[in-house]
Design a binder for this molecule. Structure first.
Ligand SMILES: Nc1nc2c(c(=O)[nH]1)N[C@@H](CN(C=O)c1ccc(C(=O)N[C@@H](CCC(=O)O)C(=O)O)cc1)CN2
Ligand SMILES: NCC(=O)N[C@@H]1O[C@H](COP(=O)([O-])[O-])[C@@H](O)[C@H]1O
Length: 274
């Protein structure tokens, strides 16, 4: 006979994903579409931080049901508002806002800033997050009480007739290190840094490469040199325009970013259940 305790399956806490963006957010959208489906099970995007106030990805987050808390931490604005501050101070503030979002994992989805050790040490749990800057940029929207339905207060919110969803609550304790992954539109070691697609396209035209690729890798101090988790080759065809190549790469990005997030969350589940 099966006793009661043998039939109770502990419900797994929904994992919280914080996404860092700087632009249109099509990769964020891929994560939003996949969250809580078999492609990215038991997970939700619970915070979006942008380095640019005009990033359309912020709109994508705010128009979700429920709306996803967002904030903007722009480098120039931060430096102007905090005279005497440095890039390291900026990275510390980014880390503070990310930590405040209580993530299980962090995904860089087109985040266009190199993150220094000041950020990485906080996410690894090696150092405390710095206090709020003297003149903080606008506070990130406070994490609403995420166990209650988000009150619909504008036309973009769900109406009473549509189900009001809630974001998963943060756990009582924050685990460290918080895994950080990055989507990079190049093969390992090929075109590190910004404008990787453009540089691959030029290299193809010069006959230096026959193809390029996309990878999701762990984030370490050395830019785009963290352990690759997934790597996909992308063909460059004779006659391709840059736009043709970009479209082919983005299609692969939108798949691989979801698979990369799932892999890291599966690792986390194994670590926390062992
Ligand atoms: N410590 C790390 N930081 C970041 C990594 C990483 O692997 N380790 N990945 C990058 C993402 N990225 C490519 O994938 C990348 C983006 C931007 C740059 C860059 O040179 N940025 C300039 C500013 C550019 C701008 O503001 O338009 C800079 O930071 O000065 C390099 C790589 C994210 N960060
Ligand atoms: N070095 C990282 C990098 O260059 N990432 C690039 O930023 C874009 C973000 O697009 P999105 O805002 O539409 O997701 C991505 O397409 C990716 O190629």
């Amino acid at each position: 006979m099966t006793t009661l305790h043998e039939t109770i399956v502990p419900t797994q806490r929904v994992r919280r994903i914080t996404v860092l963006i700087s632009g249109s957010g099509t990769n964020l959208q891929a994560l939003l579409d996949a969250a809580s489906t078999p492609r990215l099970p038991n997970a939700a995007i619970t915070y979006v931080l942008s380095s640019r106030s005009n990033a359309y990805g912020l709109t994508r987050a705010k128009t979700q049901n429920p709306p996803i808390p967002t904030s903007v931490c722009a480098l120039k604005t931060f430096l102007n508002r905090n005279p005497g501050s440095t890039r390291e101070h900026y990275d510390g503030e980014v880390a503070r806002q990310v930590l405040q979002s209580r993530p299980d994992i962090v995904v860089l989805a087109g985040w266009m800033h190199i993150l220094s050790d000041r950020f990485l040490e906080v996410l690894n749990g090696e150092k405390e997050a710095p206090p709020k800057p003297a003149l903080p940029p606008p506070e990130p929207k406070s994490l609403p009480n995420q166990t209650e339905p988000i009150p619909s207060n504008d036309s973009s919110s769900p109406t009473a007739e549509t189900e009001q969803k809630t974001l998963p609550s943060p756990p009582s304790t924050q685990h460290f290190p918080i895994p950080i992954i990055n989507l990079h539109p190049a093969l390992p070691g090929a075109f590190d840094g910004a404008n990787a697609i453009g540089r691959a396209f030029e290299a193809f035209q010069e006959g230096e490469v026959k193809n390029t690729g996309v990878m999701v890798h762990r984030v370490v101090a050395e830019v785009d040199r963290g352990e690759p988790l997934l790597v996909k080759d992308v063909e460059i065809k004779e006659g391709d325009t840059l736009e043709d190549l970009e479209a082919r790469i983005h299609q692969v990005e939108h798949e691989i970013i979801v698979d990369g997030a799932r892999i890291v969350l599966e690792e986390l589940e194994k670590e926390t259940s062992s």
